[in-house]
Design a protein around this ligand. Sequence first.
Ligand SMILES: NC(=O)c1ccc[n+]([C@@H]2O[C@H](COP(=O)([O-])OP(=O)(O)OC[C@H]3O[C@@H](n4cnc5c(N)ncnc54)[C@H](O)[C@@H]3O)[C@@H](O)[C@H]2O)c1
Length: 354
Amino acid sequence: MKTVTVTLPAKTYQIKIAAGLLTQVGNEVASLWSPRKIALVSDSHVEPLYCEQVETSLIAAGFTVHVYRVRAGEDSKQLGVLSSLYEELLGDDFGRSDGVIALGGGVVGDLAGFLASTYMRGISFIQIPTSLLAQVDSSVGGKTGVDLNTGKNLIGTFYQPDVVLIDPTVLQTLSQRFLVEGYAEIVKMAAISSLDFWHLIENINQPKDILKQAPALIEASVRFKAQIVEADEKEGGLRQILNFGHTLGHAIELLAGGQLAHGEAVSIGMVQITQIFEDRGLTPSGITAQLKKQLLAVGLPISSDLIGSPQFYELLKHDKKNHGDQLTLVYLKELGTADLYPVKLTAIHNFLNL
Ligand SMILES: NC(=O)c1ccc[n+]([C@@H]2O[C@H](COP(=O)([O-])OP(=O)(O)OC[C@H]3O[C@@H](n4cnc5c(N)ncnc54)[C@H](O)[C@@H]3O)[C@@H](O)[C@H]2O)c1
């Protein structure tokens, strides 16, 4: 078992990574929680695959388990679904000393985390992420939330789990598109974190290599994300480097109207922003080509016709991560080293020149 510790001012918790960990969930949870009622929140794809073994393991360890299943997909990250979950927990007599466990991808993690952080002013919470994106990114760092019709993740909290339990074997049932999409976030973390991590992803030459190397990729990703979150839990500064590729990526994702998955849009965003900074001499030449090689190897897209339109610039100007009249771009100083580059919104068209 690999263990990564996240140490924050108000809380320290562990991220545990091991093949077969799903069957050990009961013992793991019992080492942290006294016997209690557990709301096991999952979605319609993951629940039939993995809920039974988790539930069995929890019951054997002395817990009472209620399973709550939401429809798979982003549409479940909404206030209506959350409200039904509050009612169900109340109906099942959940109190302040009970707990919530998220078993699923980033949607379930964000939704169940928000549920746990707000139900009766906050009850205990554990993450069991099952998609690659959730295992390397969304389950670590404590961001929870739901979407509004006007935008994603507009309502949310920072709420750290008591433990994150990662079993890489569950990735075998994940579709290749979601596997590759999650891998885009791994490429991002490798590019901004260290040369060692970058060398690790240089071994990925096709999608099936992602599965083979998953334990090492997950460990490197969560170690890095934990470091960033420790330094800047609430995204006041350094944590912004995790937005590498995301500023252009978000705009492209929105313009694509569902045709591009998030990770695909981020892949395009990383390549495009790196080319811009390379052209300006701020990123050493050749790095865009290295990024492209790694992304193309698994079939991720690297360009889009949607870039550069008036709507594209409008979306950039209204990005929720903008601070006042400026937008903060993330660029690579070297492979493995990122920095922030603020640009005034009025100058963004000239700066990007797309
Ligand atoms: N909290 C954060 O810090 C953070 C960071 C990044 C993304 N996010 C959020 O994460 C969400 C995206 O996460 P995601 O890509 O995991 O989406 P998701 O939760 O919708 O999962 C993707 C799909 O894979 C299925 N799935 C998950 N695990 C599976 C498995 N082992 N086998 C078979 N199918 C499986 C799901 O049912 C779903 O259909 C977005 O809502 C995004 O806003 C949050």
